[in-house]
Design a protein around this ligand. Sequence first.
Ligand SMILES: Nc1ncnc2c1ncn2[C@@H]1O[C@H](COP(=O)(O)OP(=O)(O)OP(=O)(O)O)[C@@H](O)[C@H]1O
Length: 299
Amino acid sequence: MTDTAIEANALTKRFGRSRYALRDCAFRLPTGRVCAVVGPNGAGKSTLLTLAAGLARPTGGTLTVLGARPDEARARVAYVAQSKPLYPQLTVAETLRLGAELNPGRWDPAVAERVASVGGLDHDARIRTLSGGQRTRVALALALGKRAELLLLDEPMSDLDPLARHQLMGTLMAAAAEHGTTVVMSSHIVNELADACDHLLLVAEGRVRLGGGIDDLIGAHRLVTGRGPADRLHPHTVVESRATGRGLTAMIRPEGPVGDDWDVQEPSLEELLLAHLRAPDAPVLISPGATPRNTGVSA
Ligand SMILES: Nc1ncnc2c1ncn2[C@@H]1O[C@H](COP(=O)(O)OP(=O)(O)OP(=O)(O)O)[C@@H](O)[C@H]1O
């Protein structure tokens, strides 16, 4: 048994000659975490999930999933793509039966049923007649019914209503707590991630900018307000500083005590993410538990 769900070293994915979807990414995700993958459109989030699902191969570096090559780990991994592909001609009930047949010895009908039944979904309805959100529920029912060790979910909440989102988050957290399932989900809905996720990967322009436990990452930063200029914040690492009505507001990583003349607050997850997204050249932070151990298994 490995305690590492995903480990990337110098992970690179290039399309064509020069379009880099991921470039030199290095991080480790311990097992049992609920990890949010966030970043702007085109950052490389879906590419990362596709590589981890073993559906594409890196063009450089290494990637291990549950201690193995991603294609070797596929039986232990469930992946829900952003497009939620399903067979349109099957009914909901037939789709769930197919899930059971494709996953002998693993399938948990009660969980699949519970997820698919949210909102009174008619099990005799054909997939092609379902709304986008209903289709998402069926895709998630298949993924959760598989009782995978690692769930890779690409924007699972984008077309769910608020109640269904809340229920999905509860189901995912329960799976992580009861079975040690590792969950990795990309999302743009930061407020809801803050409650459900305990780990974060911030991807921007194909690079992992922040990686680690959310509490560790927030704890490493402070939002400070005071009188400028910005070089008064030396020797702290300044992620971003802006002139505001109250003087200067900066997101910093303190390298020691911050002077008494600064108002110092712990940032929210959203403030932390926005500061890093506005400052793409800020120094990368991968917290100690999230740095790769370099297992040497080649991708
Ligand atoms: N099959 C492909 N061929 C060429 N370029 C691709 C391909 N797939 C992804 N890309 C490019 O790789 C980059 C990363 O794309 P990716 O889909 O991983 O981003 P994302 O972070 O998931 O974005 P979004 O939030 O919009 O879903 C983009 O510039 C995209 O155009």
